[in-house]
Structure formats: C-alpha cells, structure tokens
Design a binder for this molecule. Structure first.
Ligand SMILES: Nc1ncnc2c1ncn2[C@@H]1O[C@H](COP(=O)(O)OP(=O)(O)O)[C@@H](O)[C@H]1O
Ligand SMILES: [Mg+2]
Length: 226
C-alpha cells in the first residue's frame, strides 16, 4: 500500500439546531493513499459533504483526528489551516461557486492572491490552468456568459491554480447533463493519472464505478465498498 496522504481516526461531527442533534459523522476512520481515486457515495443527508469539508480543512470535527500528509489539522492555527488548504487542496463544488463579478481569469487568480507572486505571474498561471481545461479562448468571459460545463471547468482551473496534491469534488456533475458531466469526469481523471489524489462525492453509480475505490456513508457511518 502506498503512503497515506489522508488519515482520519474516530472523526465525529455533530450539529445542534435548537433541541435537535444531528450526528453528521459518527466515528469515521479512513485512510486515502497518495494518488488514489476515491469515490464517496451515500444518500442525501448522510454526511458526505461534511466529510469532504473536514478532509479539506473547511470544517473541523468535534472529536477525532485528521492527518494530512502527517500533519494533524486539529493542532494548527486557523491561519495555518487556511494556508494548508490553499496550498494542498483544490475544491470543486456542485454549484461551481464562482464569483459572478469576476471573469474566468480573475476567478482562477483568486487563490493565488495569498501567495507571493506578482499579478503578472498570477495571470500567467491562471491562463495556463484555463488552457489545461480547454478554456484558453474564454479568459474574459464572466460566469453568466459561460455554460454550466464551462463554469465547472473554470472551477477546476481555480482548484488547480496552486498545484494541489488533493482535489475534492463534491457532486461535481450534479448540475450538468450526462455528456457535460462525462467531460468533467474525464478532466478530473486525467489529473488523477498525473498524480493528484482525487476524492469525488457522487450519487451516480456510473461515476462511482470509475473510481479505484468506493466507500459509502449511511447516517454518518462509513462503510468500505459499495
Ligand atoms: N450547518 C448545519 N447545521 C445543522 N445541520 C447540518 C448542517 N450541515 C449539515 N447538517 C446536517 O448534517 C447531515 C449531513 O449533511 P451533509 O454532510 O450535507 O450530507 P450530504 O452531503 O450527504 O447530503 C444532514 O442531516 C444535514 O441536515
Ligand atoms: Mg452534500
């Protein structure tokens, strides 16, 4: 087995809304090897997005540990956590989450702002990422001037900007028709072939079966296999 790039032990996450308690994740343990393509499936409300957000450092567990590349995320400051997230993780979301008032190039430049590069080299890197997803001819288009599939490609370019070692895609094809969805999956799989660890959250069995490994969640509990 290759070295684990992600390791969760005993991770729980509880939400409290008034008197109600939701165990979004209940004692979840998982290791993800470097370079793996892991699919996470499960019904709506089972805890998939919560898990994705915790792996990516967007959310913190109430209990348990999250090690990324051997680093314990619970032991780092908020500032270190956002640095880590920016440097190592690329996120892709179902609803693209682009900034409507920025064009494609500016959207992809956003995660580079925290780095030390000047704006000229940020723009050059952003252009390179947009070219890599086949959007070299749409640099100045705003999100509302792009199709859904193109918006998701901009989001992938943005995720790539800082050369992440891990991409986490939460239902990346959920808002796309099946052909556009297949194009997005082809891009993500290609990145995985080039060494990026890929985690895709999906309802779609046809997508899950493309992964090298599938886990499923039910009521916050993780199970290996379909
Ligand atoms: N911010 C929140 N506040 C309260 N409950 C939440 C919050 N986020 C998620 N939940 C609850 O946690 C459970 C898991 O949610 P989520 O991880 O989004 O599921 P999935 O992505 O599998 O649909 C659901 O029951 C959801 O209602
Ligand atoms: Mg979700």
């Amino acid at each position: 087995m290759r070295e684990a790039i992600i390791e969760l032990k005993g991770v729980s996450r509880t939400y409290r809304l008034g008197d109600e308690t939701v165990h979004a994740l209940d004692n979840v343990g998982i290791e993800v090897a470097s370079g793996e393509f892991l699919a996470i499936t499960g019904p709506s409300g089972s805890g998939k997005s919560t898990l994705a957000n915790i792996i990516g450092g967007l959310d913190a567990p109430d209990a348990g540990t999250v090690l990324i590349d051997g680093e314990d995320l619970s032991k780092v400051s908020d500032k270190q956590l956002s640095y880590y997230r920016n440097k190592h993780i690329g996120f892709v979301f179902q609803s693209f989450n682009l900034q409507p008032n920025y064009n494609a190039l500016e959207n992809v430049m956003l995660p580079l702002v925290l780095g030390k590069e000047n704006s000229k080299s940020r723009a050059a890197r952003a252009k390179e990422c947009l070219e890599a997803v086949g959007l070299g001819d749409r640099l100045r288009h705003y999100p509302n001037q792009l199709s859904g599939g193109q918006r998701q490609r901009v989001a992938i370019a943005r995720a790539l900007a800082n050369r992440p070692s891990i991409i986490i895609a939460d239902e990346p094809t959920g808002n796309l028709d099946s052909q556009k969805g297949a194009e997005i999956m082809a891009i993500l799989k290609d990145l995985n072939k080039n060494g990026i660890t890929l985690i895709v959250i999906t309802h779609d069995p046809a997508i899950a079966k493309q992964a090298s490994r599938v886990v499923s969640i039910h009521d916050g509990k993780l199970e290996e296999g379909r």
